[in-house]
Design a protein around this ligand. Structure first.
Ligand SMILES: Cc1ncc(COP(=O)(O)O)c(C=O)c1O
Length: 387
């Protein structure tokens, strides 16, 4: 009766069942910035009521003023982006769906980093294509395995890079970005560069805020959106910036426009409001960054007296990865934390970490909630350490 684009087993796992039965007091899995006490300017959404929104003017790539506002955002990363190379979508997830339709036939594949965001597998499957993992090396600051990439068999249409990656927080270093672009150009792959977390750098190392939006060697689609850059996932607006060899880009944009025209999914009021929201949203971005930096500092402090637990330092993003001695299977520890301590964390296997003993914590929670959640987590780990 049904297609296999939806996975067969949809029953919730043990952790999801436990979470639904007893919501945790200390939720260190939150990824929704609107539920974490972040202050939003009170008039931030006023421009959604612009009466110009009463007229429907379908524009498959997005209204010009909105695309200009997106292009201008890239000045923050010192990149020159032309508005006619911007296409709006309702979310980054939708941008992936459009790009997979554009690039891959059913049965073909896209390369996805591992560990990374678990939704890639579902997004690919929903388009009838395969997500093929390539490894990020934990011993080398999560740098991509370029040998594995170079040995990729045919039938692959694109390589996804997540910059910074979720949840490892690792940026793609510039020599790796250049190597991936050379490989993509040689193999005829497009690059899909997910930069939804690029505004949230947690490192002060110089030269880290580089965008893929200026990549010219290979056809490149750089993704961003309001859900992370302004902390407003409910507004449903994201974007794709195309770059690369001129003819290829024009051809790709024409086809992407055709796909976008089939759905016309971005609402007019949010497009009209976009220039205002991007300007005013800088304050939200600053508040989220401050929250993540403070919580990361608190995490470092809390773990400093417990050598058994190491923070794998993120370059950016909204999460931190903790490495523990594999004293207890991840799932058992996560369930125990939920049941005995009221603390929710993600197990590493959820993101396909290549080793056991990994927990992922969100850096978004209110600082008091975060600190107490971490305190309880560490106390629980201590009970399992050999004496
Ligand atoms: C790496 C990454 N890309 C994309 C998304 C989805 O963003 P959007 O809300 O724009 O679909 C997420 C959401 O957490 C993410 O972590």
């Amino acid at each position: 009766m049904f297609s296999n684009r939806v996975p067969p087993g949809l029953a919730p796992n043990r952790i999801a069942t436990e979470l639904a039965n007893s919501p945790p007091r200390f939720d260190l899995t939150v990824s929704n910035p609107t539920r974490c006490g972040i202050p939003y300017p009170s008039g931030l959404l006023d421009s959604l009521a612009d009466p110009a929104g009463l007229a429907y003017r379908p524009e498959p790539r997005g209204l010009v003023a909105a695309r200009k506002a997106v292009a201008a955002e890239y000045r923050r990363y010192a990149a020159a982006v032309e508005p006619d190379r911007v296409v709006l979508t309702a979310s980054t997830s939708e941008a992936y769906a459009f790009l997979f339709k554009l690039l891959a036939n059913p049965g073909e594949g896209v390369l996805v980093p591992s560990p990374s965001y678990p939704l890639f597998e579902h997004l690919a499957r929903a388009e009838g294509i395969e997500a093929i993992p390539y490894h990020l090396n934990p011993e080398l600051d999560w740098r991509p395995d370029l040998h594995q990439l170079a040995a990729t068999p045919s039938g692959v249409r694109a390589v996804i890079v997540v910059h910074p990656n979720n949840p490892t927080g690792s940026l793609v270093q510039s020599d790796d970005a250049a190597a991936v672009a050379d490989l993509a150009a040689a193999r005829g792959w497009a690059i899909v560069a997910d930069e939804v977390f690029l505004d949230y750098l947690l490192t002060d190392r110089p030269g880290t805020g580089r965008t893929f939006a200026g990549t010219e060697q290979a056809l490149t689609f750089t993704l961003g959106g309001l859900s992370k850059s302004v902390g407003l996932p409910q507004l449903k607006l994201a974007w794709v910036v195309a770059s690369g060899p001129g003819d290829l880009v024009e051809n790709a944009l024409e086809r992407l426009e055709f796909i976008a025209d089939t759905f016309l999914s971005v609402a007019t009021p949010v497009q009209l409001a976009l220039p205002f929201i991007l300007r005013q949203g800088a304050a939200v971005r600053a508040a989220i960054l401050e929250r993540c930096r403070c919580n990361l500092a608190a995490l470092r402090q809390a773990t400093s007296s417990l050598p058994a637990v190491a923070v794998m330092e993120p370059d950016g993003g909204w999460s931190a990865v903790l490495r523990l001695p594999a004293v207890l299977a991840e799932e058992e520890l996560v369930l125990e934390l939920l049941q005995k301590d009221g603390v929710a964390v993600h197990p590493g296997y959820f993101f396909d970490f290549p080793m056991d003993g990994v927990l992922v914590v969100s850096l978004l929670p209110e600082s008091a909630v975060f600190a107490e959640g971490v305190r309880r987590l560490l106390a629980r780990v201590v009970t399992h350490l050999p004496r």
